[in-house]
Ligand binder design. Sequence first.
Ligand code: PMP
Ligand code: GLN
Length: 411
Amino acid sequence: NHGQTTLCEQNNRVEFTQLAADYKAVNLGQGFPDFSPPQFVQDAFCKAVSGGPQMHQYTRAFGHPRLVKSLAKFFSRIVGHEIDPFEDVLVTVGAYQALFCAFQALIDDGDEVIIVEPFFDCYQPMVLMAGGTAVYVPLRPKGSSTVLSSGDWVLSAEELASKITPRTKAIVINSPNNPLGKVYKVEELQMIADLCIKHDLLCFSDEVYEWLTYDGAKHVKIASLPGMWERTITVGSAGKTFSATGWKVGWAISSGKLIKHMKIVHQNSVYHCATAAQEAVSHGFDREYELFGTPESYFQQLPAMLHQKRQKLASCLRSVGLQPVMPEGGYFMITDISSVHVDLNDESTKNESYDFRFVKWLIKEKGLATIPVSAFFSPEHSKEFDKYIRFCFVKFGDQIPWKKRKVELKE
Ligand code: PMP
Ligand code: GLN
């Protein structure tokens, strides 16, 4: 474990999903849609599996040719750089495997990797598995109790710069952020980019929620900033893009000079991903390429639908006296629970942090599952952030299921 925290055996999503099932709780914890992907990608999948035999066999290891071409065409326009489909793209088993390949291929023994908190929980074990050391810098709410938007959580340029040492290899960012919903503004990305360029660092940019932004927030790819293409690994997910998390199609896009190292990890672990799913995702991107920016585009329709769900969840929270931190993107919302006074003196959880105990109480006593936010922080900072819980709002249709269960948070 290289002298720091040992690898976490228990993933909080696994633990709370199990607890939610045991107590038959309404699960607003784990992040995945409870509705089907749009008809056009479902049709493309059906067509792929009922087509010729080749759709049931291996395809190109580093990405089905049709898909890498679609991704390169689509993202060249967005990044403002001509992406080579065969050199600059690696298709992976979800964004998870793209991240894993990036850490394994590009982080060496003793390298330091700066992770901006709150962070998606696999980054830290992936750094450790590569032999690196994770170094943390938190986004902090400015103006404490008046914070109402994820945009009010900010990264201190000085604090970030102070963490850079001669061993620093990469900075990991996630925008829109899970769990906060922060969408980094271009000035914030520029500050990170300036440091990456100045200190010759890589940037791992997890952009799985890139199409989910609200209230005019605009997602900008850090790879599109001057000098960043050759040093950024951009990670994406068809699971989030087309509401099909079970298909497990993801990708990494970067300069071929970096991707070629990731290809070696991929080739010697997974080798290639499901052919028919890649074919379907490729059709999805081709459609979106044609409809880009129009009201028919799924990349417009999905955030519009989620915007309504976000409003609904926010008003539910307010109705029980909780103040949501409105997310500018993604499909999670966090809220401060310090105003809720409940008896958490359950012996079995007394050594756990406040938010973990609160979430367990909420599941067991009120039938509602959420995720404690301190799980997205390093041990050194988690205590500062143990009064928040995360709700997932990509969940319910017109019905708000937990209302039926008469959950009342006001004590
Ligand atoms: N990054 C973030 C920020 C996530 O929330 C998730 C979870 N879906 C992933 C990566 C992994 O994505 P995938 O399901 O495509 O592996
Ligand atoms: N990204 C989703 C979440 O944050 C699901 C990931 C998982 O189950 N590990 O809840």
